[in-house]
Write a protein that binds this ligand. Structure first.
Ligand SMILES: [Zn+2]
Length: 52
């Protein structure tokens, strides 16, 4: 998938997610999961649903 920006709790700023992968959660929401390109901390970014 394309580069995803997310908030890194360790860097305390927006970072590009490395190896981002889209996943569907148990509650039906979608999220991108990856690691911070700078420090390697795991990051999760919730994505908007395709349909309401
Ligand atoms: Zn980071």
């Amino acid at each position: 998938m394309a580069d995803v920006q997310g908030y890194c709790v360790k860097c305390k700023t927006q970072r590009t997610m490395k190896d981002a992968q889209e996943q569907e959660l148990d509650n039906g929401r979608r999220a991108a999961k990856g690691t911070c390109e700078v420090c390697g901390t795991k990051m999760t970014k919730f994505l908007p649903n395709k349909k309401d």
